[in-house]
Design a binder for this molecule. Structure first.
Ligand SMILES: Cc1cc2nc3c(=O)[nH]c(=O)nc-3n(C[C@H](O)[C@H](O)[C@H](O)COP(=O)(O)OP(=O)(O)OC[C@H]3O[C@@H](n4cnc5c(N)ncnc54)[C@H](O)[C@@H]3O)c2cc1C
Ligand code: FES
Length: 261
């Protein structure tokens, strides 16, 4: 798979909610090669702090050679990234890793929790562009509250998906876990794609397994290099041994993963 390193100018910075940002970067080589579920490693500044690049899913690509990332501030690197202003350049390596498998047209359900929504938007668009979705396909979105979720429901429903939402505080959609929304629709689904917190994906994987529905999961681990060199991203595989999330993933068939953590 082709990988590129580009000094990408930041074109646009959006504040989506408290501590949640969406950046648009002009990175034509990465945009041209990207597949949903792949990620980029960003060098947040030219100095030594933070020393290591940070991984972010590709949230969207556009025909003009732009990529978007959607992120939440959780620490030093993301706080600095949130402060980068349009006009500055960010060093990006990508597209990296193995993305979602886009199979023949099936009944689909995309399940995103928190920032796990980020790669699912690129997936939803690519499924539409390649004629692999229908309006009977579902997108289930979960977050802590309405503020974190509000724009995404509209963005997915504008693509033609049937969207349902769940929030921890009940301020939008179902009051509870997004995985509870799966129960009534899962028996008619053929495939689930999910990205979000590990426990959420584990529940999706368990439920899909129970009714024999294919399930792909996008795992998040700490990544020092993102390039297969440090072996810091290993998780235990269902067949024993380790899976290296940066090269063999981040997307796996749910049955490849040992769901113990
Ligand atoms: C393949 C991949 C795709 C990702 N895509 C996105 C995305 O689209 N949007 C987004 O907001 N975030 C995404 N992340 C997570 C993002 O990389 C981390 O939030 C970021 O690296 C944190 O950097 P920091 O310097 O701000 O935090 P740090 O100061 O390094 O850490 C702050 C806190 O966050 C925890 N943390 C840091 N990195 C991770 C991680 N990878 N997994 C779990 N916990 C972590 C630390 O344990 C610590 O508690 C992705 C991670 C991976 C591996
Ligand atoms: S992050 Fe270094 S090998 Fe995966």
């Amino acid at each position: 798979m082709p990988e590129f390193q580009e000094k990408a100018p930041l074109l646009h910075r959006e504040v989506i909610a408290a501590d949640i940002f969406r950046l648009t970067l002009h990175a034509p080589e990465i945009a041209g090669a990207a597949h949903p579920g792949q990620f980029v490693m960003l060098q947040i500044n030219d100095g030594m702090d933070p020393l290591l690049r940070r991984p972010f899913s590709i949230h969207q690509v556009s025909a003009g050679g732009n990529i978007q990332i959607l992120f939440k501030v959780v620490g030093r690197g993301t706080a600095q990234l949130a402060g980068v202003l349009p006009g500055h350049h960010i060093d990006c390596i990508g597209p990296l890793g193995r993305g979602f498998a886009l199979e023949k047209k099936d009944r689909l359900c995309l399940v995103g929790g928190g920032m796990g929504i980020a790669p699912l938007y690129f997936l939803a668009r690519r499924l539409l562009q390649t004629g692999k979705m229908s309006e009977k396909d579902f997108v289930l979105l979960g977050a802590r509250n309405r503020e974190e979720l509000s724009i995404f429901g509209d963005e997915f429903s504008e693509l033609g998906y049937t969207v349902q939402t769940a929030t921890d505080d009940g301020s939008m959609g179902h009051h509870g876990f997004v995985t509870e929304l799966l129960d009534p629709i899962l028996p008619v689904m053929k495939r689930v794609y999910t990205c979000g917190p590990f426990p959420m994906m584990k529940i999706c994987a368990d439920k899909a397994f129970t009714v024999d529905v294919a399930c792909q999961v996008s795992l998040e681990t700490h990544m020092a290099c993102g390039l297969g060199a440090c072996l810091g991203c290993a998780v235990t595989g269902a067949a024993g041994g380790y899976l290296h999330v940066c090269r063999q993933g981040p997307v796996f068939d749910a049955n490849e993963v040992a769901w113990t953590r």
